[in-house]
Write a protein that binds this ligand. Structure first.
Ligand SMILES: [Zn+2]
Length: 256
């Protein structure tokens, strides 16, 4: 299998569900934009609150790394959490790794200090909705809009004006509508290729093994810093991050 050639399971699901339409939409967007949209908002750059919304990005689900073929994207979901986010930040700092944090709106609102710590360390923010509803793809457009845009506002206010640059649907429950809405607000839909399965707490060794075995799937790896005891995640990161470096990977961000 070609390295990083996979689209991730829900990329395939979306493509299958949409058939040629997905390809056509993505292709026409690409043509209309004449190449990738330049990133206007850098991580750590405050955006003035009067700015109505960020420049639009592609609505296609991103999996690739901005570091290219040997790039890897660490993504950390479901926080921020007052116990585990600081521990994850410490491990990332120890290995000089930048990551993307997919935050739940109310938790960002409850812990603005953590959101600011994430941004100050050079990591990027991602909108992971208000309620973490994994059946969002069965809900109304009004509901999806509220889930995405309210969380965007909560995260941006908590950060002091730094916007989320990505949108990750809980459970991968994207819809064409939610992807288009997020993209129009400058949030690239974000998938994953490697599910570390840390959420299930299978033991540190199992998490490490899963990541090592599934790296051929692609560069975007999923971990969690909330939703329960994440000590196995922290321990696994201490092993996975140096291993990835030994394998010649460089740590980057998902493409936008
Ligand atoms: Zn999640």
């Amino acid at each position: 299998m070609a390295r990083h050639g996979g689209r991730g399971w829900y990329g395939q699901v979306v493509a299958a569900a949409l058939g040629v339409t997905a390809v056509t939409v993505a292709a026409s967007l690409w043509t209309a934009q004449a190449g990738p949209v330049k990133e206007r908002v850098q991580a750590g750059t405050p955006v003035h609150h009067s700015d109505p919304k960020a420049a639009p990005v592609s609505m296609a689900i991103a999996h690739a790394s901005d570091r290219g073929a040997r790039g890897v994207n660490i993504t950390i979901d479901d926080g921020p959490d007052p116990v585990w986010t600081p521990e994850v930040l410490q491990v990332l700092k120890a290995y000089g790794v930048k990551a993307t944090f997919c935050m739940i709106g109310p938790q960002a609102k409850a812990h603005p200090d953590l959101v600011r710590a994430v941004v100050a360390a050079g990591h990027r923010l991602c909108d992971h909705t208000v309620s973490h509803d994994v059946t969002m793809d069965t809900k109304s457009e009004a509901y999806q809009s509220q889930q995405i845009l309210d969380a965007e506002q909560m995260i941006t206010e908590a950060s002091g004006g730094v916007r989320p640059l990505y949108y990750r649907a809980p459970g991968g429950a994207f819809t064409p509508y939610s992807r288009k809405l997020a993209a129009s607000h400058g949030m690239r839909p974000l998938g994953w290729n490697v599910d570390s399965k840390d959420f299930e707490r299978p033991g540190t060794a199992a998490i490490v093994t899963t990541v090592k075995e599934e790296m051929p799937n692609g560069p975007t790896i999923l971990f969690h810093d909330a939703g329960g005891d994440r000590s196995e995640t922290v321990a696994a990161l201490r092993e996975v991050l140096p291993w990835l470096k030994e394998q010649g990977y460089s740590f980057g961000f998902p493409v936008r």
